[in-house]
Design a protein around this ligand. Structure first.
Ligand SMILES: Cc1ncc(COP(=O)(O)O)c(C=O)c1O
Length: 951
């Protein structure tokens, strides 16, 4: 046996275990199981055309070679991406630590208090620095955050403004070009009229509902927007501002000069540029907007015993509840990166951050004085980190610098700008000045006066920030390391036990796939680096695009969208552009089955589409009669059907070809949501079932870790007729030939984590990928076979098998006073994260084991559920009262179990160690059941202790 074969590391079960499991399922081979699962008419005839699998060692060497093709250049490009120093204890204890990167979105808050605290710290940093009271727990990037702010302001228009159809939004021309491009795309979908211009001269009228400006503008000048805000407010327009966190340690925060919303990126708080992402963007606002703020907000609440506890707040705003009426489609965000940025702030504290900011500013000051001394004209009167210099020939100057392996920003004609960051030394500044001296052909020395400070005196920060103890206690490495560990121990991640979250595909994130995250030639790369300097990234991107096209059976791929939901939005906008190009721009109806994920309708609404719901049959399949009716009714305007395959009910609909054919007959396009692609790879493909476009969640099927709720990558793959419309960038030549839309700030989205999926594909190869899919289907069917005697399984196919996930019906227990949440929380006492609760059917659990788990772990999980089923029977039999039993009181945290008092009708050991093996593997929740309603009634989203807010 080749023990270097990665598939035996990635896939949980060996041959003997597979045999044993098949016999429990009642199938004689994997092939018979798959035949019973996937309709024959959509099976692939040939193996995927992918390279031979590499070993882990070979893959690391290959990636190292790729990395070496990225030139090592000094970067001064700015535009929202900066060199930054990731403190080694954060790199080692967070970024490289499975305890942090393999956790899921904190839906089960009782076992997520660690990352919830880190995110609350993040929100506190954002709120303090921007001077606005409400902050969310991260957005995808600065460009999309601008879009979210614009959408919030649109939704928050006064009744009068809505009545008068006030749809103009002003965008200051000093915004980064990539942000403007994302805003233009978003405005098209939402029907907003953008007016781009100079904030000093624009004539705002009552036709404007809002505006966005940049503080600090793209050229580096720091503007005072006080009178602009007053002018805007007079005509009823609200103001959002894109801003820089590090600069705000020295400058008056936007909340103090009247901004309603602040957005930006936290990248320069220790997160590598990584050729564009992932990084956590932020959004903060006044109280007025708290019910329309997009994305996750972490809030303070209390548990059932009255202890302070954190959880996600105000979830009824979000797409999974509000669907097409949600203000945002955001689901996966940038949690791991927000966590890293928050620890950067914890480690440095206020003084450390101000020190870093002052150092940067001082060096920028030396540069300004130096270039002036050499006879160049600079354009910024007040600045923080960016010096803008007038030159005769921008292109030529950029080239001269590039020859010295220095990248300066030449995106503005007649000017270049140079942005200083934390990594820049004084020697670097003098190196730059020497190049300027050569350009001027001068012998002039470097003796010149530097002013103390080039900040605007009317905008110097006077207010305090980061006063909470979390930003003041952990400034030594020992203390930081222990704080990180303390938080990590409160969280259940994949390094503890399986996380069988349906629709989330929590598979192994192999260490080899992640090694490059610590390599400088991959991390310290600016997204707007000229292509010829990043041959490594360009090669990897091209290869990955090709591999994904092969796997999906399509012709082209765009890696730009940085989450699944962004992929949906991008895919629909591509469909929109395609119809416009054919003179059928009126097609705007999207059919969506009722079982769809909330992001589907939310993305459709953002793309300016009308959502029409299609029924599912009791079997879970799409109701062809209803589909036909809807197609007929909307035949003139049908744009697309969005369908998840296999469906969110966990089965391969046998009528899928009829569905896709019908949509095409009515002139529509088929969008396939690829969240469940883990059941398809190598067996069938979106192309094969008749779809035109799909998104993939690389953070599900293709092994990118979930990071506690992000990062994600949601590439879209398309058939040739849609390829010309794939997303582009205003700063890098890329994307479809007729592309006009930009879906993310960085050209290739979260490029830094693409090598994870790339290595995953390379190490498994066609055969390993197929085995992984088979393994996922085998594991799900094995668990189903073990559990079906104890729980009703919803939605099996005609052969009584499921795909890669299945739904356990918990609604029958309601009559005993037992809710699905009780079962979810009781699983914590057994050391497990609950499966997905109440999606796609309320009152159910959706279980997705993935191929990476082995039989012993699956058995423990099944044993836990079967034991819980017996505990339910004990309540049914009257052994324990409905409102005082192990389920109702779960989870049982350690402090409760070890308290001197014990007033429950069951024993401590029954509560804590319900099965023998739990003793060995015990995971204690750090709080008991959390009261969500309490927290929503009293929203607190920064670090103040709860007592401070109690009556
Ligand atoms: C079926 C389905 N579609 C879409 C999404 C959205 O993906 P993302 O969270 O990456 O935005 C999810 C996420 O869980 C999903 O399960």
């Amino acid at each position: 046996m080749n023990t270097n074969d990665f598939s035996i590391r990635h896939i949980g079960n060996n041959t003997q275990q597979v045999e044993e499991m098949l016999s429990v399922i009642g199938k004689d081979s994997i092939d018979t199981l798959i035949e019973a699962t996937v309709p024959q008419n959509i099976r692939l005839k040939d193996a995927l055309d992918l390279p031979e699998a590499l070993s882990e060692f070979e893959t690391t060497n290959h990636l190292a070679e790729i990395a070496s093709l990225n030139k090592k250049v000094k970067n001064y490009l700015g535009y929202g991406y900066y060199g930054t120093i990731l403190p080694a204890p954060i790199q080692r204890n967070v970024l490289e630590n499975a305890g942090w990167y393999t956790a899921y979105t904190p839906y089960q808050a009782e076992i997520a208090q660690g990352r919830l605290e880190a995110l609350l710290n993040f929100q506190t940093v954002i709120s303090d620095l921007t001077g606005l009271p409400i902050a969310n727990a991260s957005l995808l990037d600065e460009g999309t955050a601008c879009g979210e702010a614009m959408h919030m302001l649109l939704e928050s228009r006064s009744r009068e403004q809505k009545k008068n159809n006030v749809i103009k939004f002003f965008v200051a021309d000093n915004l980064f070009p990539q942000s403007i491009a994302v805003l233009e795309t978003k405005a098209e979908g939402l029907g907003i009229e953008l007016v781009i211009g100079d904030f000093e001269t624009v004539e705002l009228t009552e036709d404007f509902f809002g505006a966005i400006v940049q503080y600090i503008g793209k050229g580096g000048q720091i503007n005072n927007y006080r009178s602009f805000v007053e002018k805007a407010n007079t005509v009823g327009a609200k103001v959002a501002v894109a801003t820089d966190l590090l600069a705000l340690t020295l400058l008056t925060p936007p909340g103090e000069w009247g901004a309603d919303i602040a957005i930006g990126t936290s990248q320069r708080f220790g997160v590598p540029m990584g050729y564009g992402g992932p990084h956590a963007a932020f959004l903060s606002c006044t109280e007025e907007y708290k019910r329309v703020i997009p994305g996750r907000i972490i809030g303070v609440s209390q548990d059932r015993l009255g202890n302070r506890a954190l959880r996600m707040a105000l979830q009824t705003r979000e797409q999974h509840i509000k669907r097409e009426k949600a203000t945002s489609n955001i689901c996966t965000a940038q949690v791991l990166l927000a966590v890293m940025a928050s620890f950067y702030a914890v480690y440095h504290g206020k003084d450390g951050l101000q020190y870093i900011a002052n150092e940067i500013h001082t060096k920028a000051g030396i540069l300004q004085a130096g270039v002036q001394h050499l006879g160049f004209k600079t354009t910024n009167t007040v600045f923080f980190d960016t010096v803008q210099i007038e030159v005769e020939n921008t292109e030529e100057v950029v080239k001269i610098f590039a020859e010295e392996e220095i990248n300066v920003n030449g995106f503005e004609n007649g000017k270049i700008s140079i942005t200083i960051d934390e990594m820049v030394s004084e020697e670097d500044i003098f190196e730059i000045l020497s190049v300027f001296a050569t350009i001027k052909n001068t012998e002039e020395g470097f003796e010149f006066e530097v002013e103390d400070n080039y900040l605007p005196q009317d905008l110097v920060r006077t207010s305090d920030f980061l006063t909470h103890e979390n930003f003041n206690l952990y400034h030594t490495e020992t203390e930081l390391m222990r704080y990180i560990k303390r938080l990590e121990r409160k969280d259940l991640a994949l390094n503890q036990s399986m996380i069988a979250l349906g629709s989330c595909t929590m598979k192994l994130n192999a260490a080899t796939e992640l090694l490059h995250l610590s390599w400088e030639r991959m991390g310290n790369v600016h997204p707007f680096t000229p292509k010829e300097q990043v041959e490594g990234y360009q090669t990897l991107i091209k290869n990955l695009e090709d591999y994904l096209a092969v796997i999906t059976g399509f012709d082209a791929t765009s890696l730009q969208p940085n989450s699944g939901a962004q992929g949906e939005y991008a895919g629909l906008m591509v469909i929109r552009s395609y119809f416009q190009s054919k003179g059928e721009g009126h097609r705007n109806v999207v059919l969506i089955p009722q079982s769809a994920h909330g992001t589907n309708p939310a993305s459709a609404a953002m793309a300016g589409m009308q959502v029409v719901v299609v029924k599912n049959l009791e079997s879970g399949e799409t109701d062809l009669v209803d589909l036909k009716d809807k197609c007929e009714k909307y035949k003139d305007n049908l744009a697309a059907l969005m369908i998840t395959y296999p469906s969110t009910y966990g089965a391969f609909d046998s009528n899928i070809e009829e569905v896709t054919t019908m949509i095409h007959e009515y002139g529509g396009q088929v969008y396939m949501d690829g969240a469940n692609m883990n059941a398809q790879v190598g067996l069938t493909s979106p192309g094969n079932i008749g779809a035109d476009v799909c998104h993939l969640n690389l953070h599900k099927t293709f092994a990118i870790p979930h990071g506690g709720g992000g990062p994600g990558v949601g590439p879209i793959c398309v058939k040739a007729h849609l390829a010309p419309f794939l997303g582009t960038s205003p700063l890098i030549d890329m994307g479809g030939k007729e592309a006009k839309n930009t879906f993310a700030a960085a050209p290739y989205g979260s490029a830094f984590i693409l090598p994870i999926s790339y290595s995953y594909i390379l190490m498994l190869g066609a055969e390993g990928l197929l085995k992984a899919t088979q393994g996922a289907i085998l594991n799900a069917n094995y668990m189903k076979a073990r559990l079906e005697e104890h729980f009703d399984i919803l939605y099996t196919n005609a052969n009584n098998v499921v795909a890669h996930e299945f739904i356990l019906d918990c609604r029958p227990f309601k009559k005993l006073g037992i809710e699905v949440t009780d079962i979810a929380k009781r699983l914590i006492d057994y050391g497990f994260h609950a499966p997905t609760v109440s999606f796609p059917v309320a009152g159910t659990l959706m279980v997705e084991p993935t191929e990476s788990e082995n039989k012993p772990e699956l058995d423990r999980f099944c044993d836990a559920l079967i034991s819980i089923r017996q505990e339910i029977d004990e309540v049914a039999n009257g052994d324990y009262p409905a409102e005082n039993n192990v389920l109702h009181n779960a989870p049982h945290p350690q402090h409760l179990l070890t308290a001197d008092e014990w007033e429950y009708p069951y024993t401590r050991s029954k509560a804590a160690f319900p099965l023998e093996w739990v003793r060995e593997r015990k995971f204690f929740a750090s709080v008991s059941r959390i009261d969500d309603a309490y927290g929503d009634r009293n929203l607190i989203c920064t670090c103040a202790p709860i007592e401070a807010y109690m009556d």
